[in-house]
Design a protein around this ligand. Sequence first.
Ligand code: FMN
Ligand code: SF4
Length: 485
Amino acid sequence: MAAHEKFNFKTLDDVRAKLKELDVRMDLREDLSPLAEPVRVGNKTAPNAFAVLPMEGCDSNTDGSPSELVKRRYLRLARGGYGLIWWEANAVVPEGRANFRQMMLTACNRSQFGELIRQANAEAADRNGSGHRPLHILQLTHSGRYSRPEGHTGRPIIPQHDPILDPRSNVTEDTPLVTDSYLDALTERYVQSALLAQAVARQSGLVWTETLRRVRDVQSALLAQEIGFDGVDVKACHRYLVSELLASHTREGKYGGSFENRSRFLRQTVQAIRSAVGPDFIVACRFNVFDAHPYPYGFGEDKDDFWKFDPTEPMELVRMLCREGVDLLSNSAGNPYYIYPQVTRPFDTSSMGIPTPDEHPLESMVRLFDLTRQIQEAAGDVPVVGNGYSWLRQFLPYAGAANLAAGKCRFVGLGRSSFAYPDAPYDVLNKGAMDPAKCCIACSKCTQIMRDHGQTGCVIRDSRIYAQMYREAREDASHREHSFQ
Ligand SMILES: Cc1cc2nc3c(=O)[nH]c(=O)nc-3n(C[C@H](O)[C@H](O)[C@H](O)COP(=O)(O)O)c2cc1C
Ligand code: SF4
């Protein structure tokens, strides 16, 4: 591993020289045409290969519906010309919300989502041409260990104890494990809900029953279909409930221990959603390929060296998801709440309390690209959305085009860059380049707001709104830190 450095490149040749110096392989392609190619996803088509990665703003209304900030974010992304808009984490049950402003689609607020999607599609077509209709995927989540449905105190729901993470997530020795029956009930109700919901659709006029209300994931999936989402994602990354289940080696019973048991919940949920929504609705999965967290608490790594990727189980998971009819995958890695966030998102400056890694950001990027490549190879025709590009700023399209051309992914996913520079696809596709003055500078301030329990966005490039929010969230957090002492 090379020493960490901040971004300091003026030209593409500077990037090439650094890659050579580091002896790191990253292809860069000056012909950007692969980014403009439509991409087939299930029975639908995205108009180009740019994808927004899910980016939580922690800024929905308290009932989970889109606030003015949420509307602004998605309208800007739609105008920006993305082919695929992977909506942020949307809680499936209130107790699994990561914060009291987390997005949550319900029977009561679905028309507000519908209106936003209609508006987004109209603006996308207005700016990018009448044929431009982005695909909308909604990320379904249960925050598990990181649930904080109200106030500032976490209410963790954990599938296993973890001596490293427990002290950092308000988990004590007495915190009970989530029961099999909680997970069972969720899964069984998915199936029941799917069948009930099909009956609801046929016999219009029936209202949502109490049973349906409790079957949140399928309910969300069906609502999503009705109002114009093109699909849903069963989120299994970043140490939230389903991600931690994949790593629950120490859990006993049917959801822990063996790979079959640890992947059971994800498998059941995907199966249930697929059978409820039918073949034309996209079922996606964003999952952690590599946790970079010591055994027996991590997934996808060597038991003796948690920095070493072991593809055995991740590849088995991909094959399993493809067998179950998943149409779209996105890989992520690491735990953004722990001390190695560079595994998830390479950065220049870390958020507070996080050490600077002993690794060059280009090395962190290449690890993510390589994980995506392996997943895409295993997934065959099922498209995979790549990630980890934002750090490369205006040079990211060259890496993205190279990865697409080589078949190492089907979409180039942008996370922080979508906050900072929502117009990036429009500029690349119409002007041939990104403007360096608009790029994300990987400063981690949007993450810091999140950690401070504020509403987040780009503090640097969208400072009119978020600079003040950053200051307020910092100040509030420092009061809490003092009052805890
Ligand atoms: C503020 C913030 C919010 C995020 N929210 C989500 C989320 O809701 N769901 C998710 O899967 N990943 C989320 N991520 C991770 C990103 O989707 C992405 O994987 C990561 O930032 C790396 O991509 P990038 O280098 O383009 O930023 C979030 C990241 C940040 C910084
Ligand atoms: S605050 Fe803006 S510039 Fe900084 S990491 Fe977030 S998106 Fe990038």
